[in-house]
Design a protein around this ligand. Structure first.
Ligand code: PEP
Ligand code: MN
Length: 349
């Protein structure tokens, strides 16, 4: 829908607009109002070049488009009933809990393996482990290829599928070749379109699931969904969206917790929403409240940092990892809230 700055377009202006849209296979249907007129674009209105050319005209205020820019991720797309299965869970039908220490410590494999067993005991469905770490400080521990073997050993011992973050094509290849079933794209690469395309191409024809974190700079909701579209349009629709807090942070928290965007995401896309409360609040004592809030907002799952002894962990663990005991309580309460949320008594509308 084209909205002019004035009350209507002059015949010359209308002619110019018609000429532009016809180049893109569309036509214009004027809607003449009592005080203002608007102009509907009939046809596929998604061409960004067409939109930019019209919005660039000095007498045009803006264009409001009805068609979504993400045709596969759209809640009305044919993929809306797509079911992602991982860790024995049918995502969106049952709560999915992904948990793990932030970083696999290659010098201390038993800490990771013991944490993995305790995390399974607590009721998590997927085990995460940071093999390669995106660190702000170039002198901080950056991860280690050797940690991949520790992660896989933890998976063999616990029977839990694993997830790890990749930041480039080489790490992606190593993870996929090793049989890692869930790939994480972290907040720093959430808008790295070449990497998103490489991930989409690499997982095509496999069952691999991608956990896509939200870019940390508070981008619009559609930017987040479009990033997922980059992956899905290669053919594998197993993508889950993970709000994890944005910057600038809320004073006292590491980031600005954004579990509240869940209903907005759910209105626009069918993709499961898995909230990461740990990076959102950044402190273990706040993780439970943020997790439970996420469930109330309608999240399909949680991605929580947990460690058997947080003070001995590396990366974010000493600050934000919860103990297996807290994880167990969070999972039990989250399931109770889930049941309450989805009970026939709960009124929607
Ligand atoms: C992580 O999960 O440890 C991590 C680095 O996540 P994010 O990309 O959300 O910062
Ligand atoms: Mn972390």
């Amino acid at each position: 829908m084209i909205i002019p700055k004035g009350t209507s377009l002059t015949p010359e202006q209308l002619e110019e607009v018609v000429r532009i849209v016809e180049e893109f296979g569309c036509r214009i249907q004027p809607i003449i109002g009592a005080t203002r007129s608007v102009y509907a674009i009939v046809g596929d209105e998604r061409s960004e070049t067409m939109q930019a050319r019209i919005e660039g005209l000095p007498y045009i205020d803006r264009i409001d488009t009805l068609q979504s820019p993400y045709k596969l991720m759209d809640v009305r797309s044919d993929l809306a009933n797509h079911v992602i299965r991982i860790g024995g869970v049918e995502v969106r039908k049952e709560l999915l809990v992904i948990a793990r220490p932030c970083t696999v410590d290659p010098k201390n494999p038993s800490l990771f393996i013991e944490s993995a067993h305790a995390i399974k005991e607590a009721g998590a469905n997927v085990l995460r482990g940071g093999v390669w770490k995106p660190r702000t400080n170039p002198y901080s521990f950056q991860g280690d290829d050797k940690s991949l073997e520790i992660l896989l050993e933890a998976s063999r011992q616990t029977g839990l599928p694993v997830n790890t973050e990749v930041m480039d094509e080489e790490q992606l290849r190593l993870a996929l070749d090793a049989g890692v079933p869930m790939i994480q794209i972290g907040t720093r690469n959430a808008l790295n379109y070449s990497l998103l395309r490489q991930v989409g191409a690499a997982i095509h024809g496999r069952d691999t699931v991608v956990l896509l974190k939200r870019g940390r700079h508070m981008g619009p909701i559609d930017e987040f969904i479009c990033a997922a579209e980059y992956i899905v349009h290669f053919g594998n629709p197993n993508v889950m969206l993970c709000p994890r807090g944005t910057t600038p942070g809320l004073e006292g928290y590491r980031n600005h917790p954004d579990e509240s965007i869940t209903p907005l995401l759910k209105e626009r896309t069918w993709a499961p929403v898995i909230v990461d409360p740990s990076h959102a609040v950044g402190k273990s004592t706040y993780v439970e409240a943020c997790s439970l809030a996420a469930i109330v907002y309608g999240a399909d799952g949680l991605c929580i940092e947990a460690h058997i002894d947080p003070s001995r962990g590396i990366g974010d663990d000493p600050k934000q990892a919860v103990t297996p005991r807290t994880l167990d309580r969070i999972i039990r309460r989250a399931r109770q809230l889930w049941a309450l949320r989805d009970s026939p008594d709960s009124e929607r509308g």
